[in-house]
Design a protein around this ligand. Structure first.
Ligand SMILES: [Ca+2]
Length: 93
């Protein structure tokens, strides 16, 4: 049995789109997650939830789940994980 240590860290999250239009036909909500001094490639996508409710897409049929994008989008030296996107249609399930 392993020992797991839980820690709280501050993360910055950039959500796209910035405003959600419920009538929009847009399919995905995406999030860039940045945690300074932490390797975002180690984030377990199945543990990512939007507002603690909607689970991020973690079905490996999607390329972005198998090979998540990691990029320093704001140029501050810390890479962000292009988090698994969330299928907006799943909100109605
Ligand atoms: Ca950055």
């Amino acid at each position: 049995m392993g020992i797991h240590e839980l820690v709280t860290v501050n993360a910055s999250v950039d959500i796209d789109p910035d405003t959600i239009n419920l009538k929009s036909k847009g399919k995905w909500i995406t999030a860039w997650i940045e945690i300074p001094s932490y390797d975002v490639s180690k984030i377990n996508i199945s543990s990512v939830y939007l507002n603690g409710i909607v689970q991020a897409e973690n079905n490996p049929k999607y390329g972005f789940v198998r090979h998540p994008k990691i990029e320093d989008i704001d140029g501050d030296g810390y890479p962000s994980l292009w988090s698994s996107s969330i299928d907006r249609r799943s909100r109605r399930r």
